[in-house]
Design a protein around this ligand. Structure first.
Ligand code: G6Q
Length: 550
């Protein structure tokens, strides 16, 4: 038994879960008319109804005990203060500094961090403004109409998601494109649609050593050079977003066109840094500042609200409750806003790369479940696809429903239709449909008793399935900033409770390492002797040495 699972707070929660097993959420609502209001929390323009979780006041008290014994508040304060909370990489975690307003003071090792942060931000936003105004033009004097961001993982998912989410705020004269996959199709399809004279390439790589990004960047540069052979032209068409100045220069990008950041910005937390440049170019400096300010509002809430009213803390704890005490192994994020179509993919990295860990901070294997499998699709599409399993399947899958009360695109009664669906889904998951209700409905349809008996079991919904509903006025830059920061802090709190390091990602290493010799073997056609029989045979087939069946 680990320190965590042996703690009185944990064992009390286990006993409490067993005691609650016979109580349904329907019972909880029936017994307590004030439940919805009491379990609705507000932060930075978001209103979150947590009442459709199978949790009572006692559950929250016991979960807050767990937060206290795992020192959530202490770790939070150490993170904001710039202490090296990323233990395995010995790094501070300060993406929150990237959205702190001018005037904030933060000194690390005697250095005025905020002066550096605002220095880069001002330069980057000035560059964005010049591209937008036409002060920065291509080598042949034409305005930039297309921005191609080349990056992967944290250097791609944030900008892609934010860019899509803030489409109404974008200047339609500048189209963003994102190339991440090393599959040549990705870059080729984008290059087919752009004109080299009016295209700006942003090479986004914190390390500037990532295989996929460098392969795409080289191919983009070759494509460009084949069309505009003047070597000086590269300066107007290529910029780098990176922490690695030497590698940027070695690649041939003018350091004047490099926008830096720091090792204390994790890849999946970097959209607030220079990695946000493609967003800043398309939505403009003011909107980008509003995006940062929205996140900062959530940071202030997270830092200062008492834990029992602290939205990221409460969402995190209810997630822990579901995973460790109710047996959930997956979590769905379901935005009822088409603009947030990439939000689940973004959160997949944020959550699963951060909390998909099996050893604790001290390197001991954990004896409890950690981060769940996260997935999602925008509503209402998901309803016609995988919601069946969430309603009637054998897995417990807590859901986050996100919805704006105002749409960006008023069209007839579409938005009311959308909202009616999101509210109904949360209600259906909570209420379910009993056998008696199912039978009554079938009888009301005029079915014979034999048919009622045959169909009723299939029409029963167990209910008691937890969800959070988050409403906001509309999806503007500030609201999006707050929403992302909410999830960042939720993930952080869960990592602290689970005693894991949410800021490393060693799990992505092994595959990369093994790909290197395979790359050479595919080129030579000779598979090495170190592989298992399956991998060796697949290498021979992929290298076309063995074409059996291909
Ligand atoms: C994110 C990860 C990872 C990273 C990519 C790209 O937290 O660290 O997704 O962002 O591997 O790395 P570079 O930005 O260094 O190319």
């Amino acid at each position: 038994m680990s320190e965590l699972t042996g703690s009185p707070a944990w064992t009390a929660l286990s006993a409490h879960a067993a005691a609650l097993a016979g109580t349904s959420m329907r019972d909880l609502f029936a017994a307590d008319p004030g439940r919805a209001e009491r379990m609705t929390f507000r932060a930075a323009g978001l209103v979150a109804d947590l009442s459709k979780h199978k949790a009572t006041g006692e559950t929250l008290v016991r979960l807050l005990d767990l937060a206290h014994v795992t020192d959530v508040a202490g770790w939070r304060d150490r993170m904001f203060a710039g202490q090296k909370v990323n233990g395995t990489e010995r790094r501070a975690v300060l993406h929150t500094a990237l959205r702190a307003p001018p005037g904030t003071k933060l000194y690390i090792g005697g250095e005025d961090l905020m002066a550096e942060v605002h220095g880069v931000l001002d330069r980057m936003l000035d560059f964005a403004a010049r591209v937008r105004s036409g002060a920065h033009v291509g080598a042949t004097g034409r305005r930039i109409t297309d921005v191609v961001n080349i990056g992967i993982g944290g250097s791609d998912l944030g900008p892609v998601m934010v860019s899509e989410a803030l489409t109404p705020w974008r200047d339609p004269a500048i189209r963003p494109h994102f190339v991440s996959n090393v599959d040549g199709t990705h870059l080729s399809e984008v290059l087919r649609r752009v004109d080299p004279e009016t295209t700006l390439f942003l090479i986004a790589s914190k390390t500037f050593t990532t295989q996929e990004t460098l392969a795409n960047a080289r191919s983009a540069r070759d494509w460009f050079a084949a069309r505009i052979p003047d070597p000086a032209a590269v300066a107007s068409h290529f910029a780098a977003l990176s922490t690695n100045r030497e590698a940027v220069i070695a690649f041939g990008i003018d350091p004047a066109n490099m926008f830096g950041f720091w090792d204390w910005v994790g890849g999946r937390y970097s959209v607030w840094s220079a990695i946000g440049l493609p967003v800043a170019i398309t939505i403009g400096p003011e909107n980008f500042r509003a995006f940062l300010a929205g996140a900062n509002a959530m940071d202030r809430h997270f830092r200062t609200a008492p834990l029992h009213e602290n939205l990221p803390v409460l969402m995190a704890l209810l997630g822990v409750w579901a995973v460790n005490f109710l047996g959930a192994r997956a979590h769905a994020v379901l935005p009822y806003d088409q603009s947030l179509s990439r939000f689940p993919a973004y959160l997949q990295q944020l959550d699963m790369e951060s909390n998909g860990k099996g050893v604790d901070r001290d390197g001991n294997p954990v004896d409890y479940a950690t981060g769940p499998v996260l997935f999602g699709e925008p509503g209402t599409n998901g309803q016609h696809a995988f919601y069946q399993l969430i309603h009637q399947g054998t897995h417990l899958i807590p859901c986050d429903f996100l919805a704006p009360v105002e749409t960006q695109n008023p069209l007839g009664d579409h938005h009311r239709l959308l909202l009616s669906n999101v509210l109904a889904q949360a209600e259906a998951l909570m209420r379910g449909r009993t056998r008696a209700e199912a039978e009554a409905e079938l009888r009301a349809e005029g079915l014979k008793e034999a048919e009622v008996a045959r169909l009723a079991p299939h029409k029963v919904f167990p209910g008691d399935r937890p969800s959070t509903t988050i409403l906001f006025r509309r999806l503007d830059p500030a609201t999006l900033g707050a929403l992302i920061a909410l999830y960042e802090h939720k993930v952080f709190v869960q990592g602290i409770v689970w005693r894991i390091n949410s800021f490393d990602q060693w799990g992505v290493e092994l595959g990369k390492q093994l790909a290197r010799p395979i790359l050479a073997e595919l080129a030579s056609g000779i598979s090495g002797s170190t592989h298992d029989a399956s991998t060796a045979a697949l290498i021979r087939k992929a290298a076309r040495q063995d074409t059996d069946g291909l």
